[in-house]
Design a protein around this ligand. Sequence first.
Ligand code: ZN
Length: 80
Amino acid sequence: MTSLSCPFCGVRELAEFAFHKTLPNAGDDPLSAVYLRINQVDDSHEYWQHVRGCRAWLKARRNPSTGEVLEMNLLGAVTS
Ligand SMILES: [Zn+2]
């Protein structure tokens, strides 16, 4: 993974972004998300910020093993 796509700025170098946090996978109940967190090698939900660009907060779903970005959305945006 050498670049990420910002919804406002388009595809930019990875150095423009800052990683903030890995989130529990969607669908987990709140207690399991805190106490029974399981890291998955092929599906990670993460917070990123475009710190050297528009400073937008982004939510990414990606495969950490390959670096492939499966989905990139604005934080708080409704996805189907
Ligand atoms: Zn941006």
